[in-house]
Ligand binder design. Structure first.
Ligand code: FAD
Ligand code: DLZ
Ligand code: SF4
Length: 508
């Protein structure tokens, strides 16, 4: 008898390790749409629609390549509605007694497979550049893990943007050129759109029926759902938006949810695109003189630097990472994270954009929704669950270090040497949101003061013991200390009032 080969929703890649270990003549591929995976957090309907569509098309592709595929649809009456349950049903139907799997990207699922009542042989997920062992060896003995050093190793390892053993252009990192504030009249090309085919249309109907009334809109679903389409989306990004990606990487503009960002993370994370082809395409654009080095280096760094570093941290830190809450924050995530109903234009723009697109770009995630939750002292685990649910690119391996680590500093500085907090000035500098906000970014206390201004000092004040010795924050404490006592008291009192209103569910 043959064996079972498990292919999960984010393992839609040719040459997956479990498939390489298998034999198309005797083994059966198992793929399953299951309620348990759709429900461990309330995933955005667009994320579910994307995954189910891409899974169905990938299953057809595997069958065409000669595999026997056993695919369970969500509404199959026999569906046991869990991954392990579907493996057991498949084992019974085929007589298989063992399973080959590629390691999942979440400890929750790894544990479920390890505890399954039939043996599961797990193979490394080698769709990544750095193996667990390689990252561990790099991290070993270092006092601090910083992305930049790891990234340089990855540049050397891949040869991307290298001239011999020197970085192209003489510098490793061109971020200095990538902090331009927004301009009006930017020539942004929206992500490549695809008309839903028969498979996608069927999935959209299913998802609307089953998940239509949870957070997130299913309207205007036009994403790529197979490798060919994802490659078209990649090509369009490289040709149209990559040249400007660097300049406006940190900029935010009202009504521009995508800016010059790639809109490719969910294709990459689900396995439709690999890091190598994405980075090669970007490097080629630079070699052809179609995109400047600051843009191409910045983009490649996100993929072979940040993405790989973040994954390394997740597996290094282990299953308890998502429980970390070093700053002991305990407030409930405000309802407006699910409705967008707040007077803060920056927050409502990020949340409604997320509802519409299951997407927000990096700086919105970090400096708007993440920043606010951190300043307001929201329980890190609740913030983590929100991010895991609402973004189409979110799986725990990538979401948790970004949220628990980078954004909420709940890991005490493993990912970032200082917390990403800012007052309204930063948002005002990097966006045009404040012009149409009912709060005033230049008002620091009292009526109409921007909540980010109040809560910024509130945060620094309540965490003084932890941060005042941090050399990167000392300057801010000096500024705070130079204010007169009355003013400091007013800031704290106004901050307290705002938080009390937020906790009472009043509109803020
Ligand atoms: P671009 O800005 O165009 O970047 C290009 C690519 O680089 C992305 O497609 C992605 O593959 C990679 N990348 C960039 N930054 C990161 C990063 N910090 N970590 C990992 N990969 C990165 N990314 C996810 O893929 N899943 C998440 O769940 C996720 N959660 C996040 C939560 C917070 C609080 C923050 C601050 C960031 C998070 N990110 C996450 C990282 C980043 O915001 C997204 O990868 C990016 O916005 C995806 O959009 P894009 O494809 O347009 O990316
Ligand atoms: C996120 C997700 C969802 C919503 N649904 C499924 C599913 O029905 N079947 C499946 O195999 N995978 C699904 N996934 C992805 C997994 O929950 C999980 O996040 C990843 O496999 C972890 O790497
Ligand atoms: Fe956001 Fe404050 Fe600007 Fe309003 S004024 S958009 S709350 S930063």
């Amino acid at each position: 008898v043959g064996r079972l080969i498990l292919v999960l929703g984010d393992q839609l890649s040719d040459g997956l390790s479990a498939l390489r270990e298998g034999d198309p003549n005797t083994d059966t591929v198992v793929m399953a749409e299951v309620q348990a995976e759709a429900d461990y957090v309330p995933h955005h309907p667009k994320k579910i629609a994307f995954l189910f569509s891409a899974m169905r098309k990938h299953a057809a592709r595997l069958a065409e390549a000669g595999w026997t595929v056993r695919y369970t649809k969500l509404d199959d009456p026999e569906n046991s509605q869990s991954i392990v349950g579907e493996l057991l049903r498949a084992a019974e139907a085929t007589g298989a007694t063992e399973v080959l799997a590629t390691e999942p990207g979440e400890f929750r699922l790894i544990a479920a497979l390890e505890e399954a009542p039939l043996p599961v042989h797990m193979f490394p997920d080698d769709r990544f550049l750095a193996s667990h062992r390689e990252f561990e060896a790099w991290a070993e003995g270092r006092k601090e893990l910083r992305m930049e050093w790891f990234y340089r190793e990855m540049r050397r390892k891949t040869g991307l943007l290298m001239e011999g053993d020197k970085p192209a252009g003489g510098k490793w990192n061109y971020d200095h050129d990538n902090r331009k504030p927004p301009k009006s009249g930017l020539d942004v090309t929206p992500p490549r759109a695809f008309t839903p085919d028969e498979t996608v249309t069927e999935v959209l109907e299913l998802v609307r029926t089953r998940f239509g009334n949870r957070y997130g809109s299913l309207d205007d679903f036009t994403w790529a759902t197979d490798v060919t389409q994802a490659r078209h989306a990649l090509a369009q990004f490289i040709n149209k938006n990559l040249p400007t990606f660097g300049d406006f990487q940190d900029a935010m503009v009202l009504g521009e949810p995508f800016m010059f960002h790639a809109h490719l993370s969910f294709y990459i994370n689900a396995g439709l695109l690999g890091w190598r082809e994405v980075c090669d395409a970007a490097e080629q654009a630079w070699k052809d003189g179609k995109a400047p080095l600051n843009a191409v280096e910045g983009f490649i760094r996100q993929i072979i630097g940040w993405r790989e570093f973040i994954r390394g941290i997740y597996f290094l830190q282990g299953p308890d990472y998502t429980q970390q809450n070093v700053l002991e924050h305990s407030r409930t995530l405000p309802e407006f994270y699910w409705t967008g109903e707040t007077d803060m234009t920056c927050v409502s723009e990020a949340v409604t954009g997320t509802m519409d697109h299951a997407y927000a770009h990096h700086i919105q995630r970090l400096m708007v929704t993440g920043n606010f939750a951190l300043l307001a002292g929201v329980a890190a685990h609740q913030v983590h669950e929100w991010y895991l649910a609402v973004y189409a690119d979110a799986y725990e391996w990538v979401e948790a270090p970004n949220v628990i680590g980078m954004s909420q500093w709940a890991d005490g500085g493993v990912v970032g040497s200082k917390p990403y907090v800012s007052g309204g000035n930063y948002i005002n500098k990097m966006s045009n949101y404040c012009n149409s906000c009912s709060y005033s970014v230049s008002t620091k206390t009292g009526e109409g003061a921007c909540p980010f201004n109040l809560l910024y000092w509130h945060f620094l004040d309540r965490h003084r013991g932890r941060f005042e010795k941090n050399p990167r924050m000392a300057q801010m404490y000096r500024t705070w200390d130079r204010m007169d006592d009355d003013r400091r008291e007013t800031v704290i009192a106004d901050g307290d009032k705002l938080l009390a209103r937020m906790e009472a569910g009043e509109r803020i």
